[in-house]
Design a binder for this molecule. Structure first.
Ligand code: PLP
Length: 415
């Protein structure tokens, strides 16, 4: 840090002020977490310098003896963690991992069946703005109007009607467990590949807190920076029969040189995730999410599906007459970072939205528990319903003072 500060005080200042921001507020974005100092050390290492196109033992560059060790450790630890036949740890991100899955199994124009974005899917699941919707024929299923959970009958009906090459389960705003056995049965019925994008919940699987998709799916892609708590990146595990298709799709089809520093950081993270401490963390993430969802509901901020089985809950603000964009701005002014989110069948446009999404990975890493979740629910409800986007508004100040006290008791990156 000293070398950076001496040469580039502007960027050094940003690093410090971002650390201050993380420490000074409540981080409730469901897809974020605080990686350990060990992971960050690997990320900021000289392994960033090395070109290593190819795979361990089969590189297109010399000098790969040391990075080969890092990638082999990452692969072996990833396979062991998820009890998977094969792991590819080179994807640069969740979107790049998904691109590789498309590359491995589909050619442009072929059909995929996936969860719709407004019902909780992801951009890369066939939306028109993304390569996935531009290059592939995407058919989308959604949630049931009453349960607000995945409409499995609709998945089956659409699968039989459209005969997709690939059926995709997973998304960015799904609070409930996914019935992987049901998806597998539907895939078998229509002869489709079963792909799970487990980006959001893979950390809970790693921590043995929820069932794994690995025994059911042909291929599972994921990010490594959400509940999992690793570096910002991606990975793919798959059945042995798909191993070479996946490896060829990651490199050379979609990517060039792998980021060896990030791969080393993934290896560190996979080792962390195999500990009992991480398993306790994953269970606590869910317990906290449950308390937070229920408590917000008691303030009239209804959790969709009635609650959560995972690290996140999605809340409908319509009965408190606040939009998602207003709630996000008011919470932000009060030191609470969360995001507006469309709820299923949302009457608002996505950039306004009727909901918010909250997640507990960060606050659980800080060591908070049920009591703090009840406090956080009260603070969100106060900021969202009585507060203002102006940080100088009295309610913003009052909530922010309580947030400051709370995070001082549970510091992120304790000194
Ligand atoms: N898939 C899902 C389900 C996600 O939630 C995300 C990111 O939020 C991604 C893929 C993309 O990951 P990345 O932002 O690393 O490209």
């Amino acid at each position: 840090y000293e070398a950076l500060e001496a040469f580039d005080p502007d960027i050094a200042g940003v690093l410090l002020s971002e650390l201050g921001r993380l420490r000074g507020g409540l981080q409730l974005i469901a897809s974020e977490n605080f990686s350990s100092p060990a992971v960050l050390t690997a990320l900021g290492s000289t392994l960033s310098n090395k070109y290593a196109e190819g795979y361990p033992g089969r590189r297109y560059y010399g000098g790969c003896s040391e990075v080969d060790k890092a990638e082999t450790l990452a692969i072996e630890r990833c396979k062991a963690l998820f009890d998977a036949d094969h792991a590819n740890v080179q994807a640069h991100s969740g979107a790049s991992a998904n691109q590789a899955v498309y590359g491995a199994f589909l050619t442009p124009g072929e059909t995929i069946l996936a969860m719709s974005l407004p019902h909780g899917g992801h951009l890369t699941h066939g939306t028109k703005m993304s390569f996935s919707g531009k290059w592939f024929d995407a058919v989308h299923y959604g949630v049931d109007k009453d349960t607000e959970d995945i409409d499995y009958d609709e998945v089956e009906r659409l699968a039989k009607e459209h005969r997709p090459k690939v059926i995709l389960a997973g998304g960015s705003a799904i609070p409930r467990l996914i019935d992987f056995a049901r998806f597998r049965a539907i895939c078998d019925e229509v002869g489709a590949i079963f792909w799970v994008d487990a980006a959001h919940f893979i950390g809970l699987v790693a921590g043995k807190a929820i069932p794994s998709p690995v025994p059911f799916a042909d291929v599972v892609s994921f990010t490594t920076h959400k509940v999992l708590r690793g570096p910002r990146s991606g990975a793919i595990v798959c059945r042995e029969e798909h191993a070479s298709a996946i490896d060829r799709a990651v490199f050379p089809m979609m990517q060039g040189g792998p980021q060896m520093h990030t791969i080393a950081a993934k290896a560190v993270n996979f080792k962390e995730c195999a500990t009992t401490g991480y398993q306790a963390y994953a269970a606590q993430v869910i317990a906290n999410a449950n308390v937070l969802a229920t408590a917000l509901g008691e303030y009239g901020i209804r959790p969709t599906t009635g609650g959560t089985d995972t690290h996140l809950s999605l809340h409908d603000l319509q009965s408190v007459l606040v939009t998602g964009v207003e709630a996000e701005a008011r919470c932000d002014a009060a030191g609470i970072t969360l995001n507006k989110n469309a709820i299923p069948f949302d009457p608002q446009k996505p950039n306004i939205a009727s909901g918010i999404r909250v997640g507990t990975p960060c606050v659980t890493t800080q060591g908070m528990g049920a009591d703090e979740m009840r406090t956080i629910a009260r603070l969100i409800a106060t900021a969202a319903t009585k507060g203002d986007a102006d940080p100088d508004h009295p309610v913003s100040k009052e909530v922010r003072a309580e947030v400051t006290d709370l995070v001082a008791r549970f510091p992120a990156y304790p000194r």
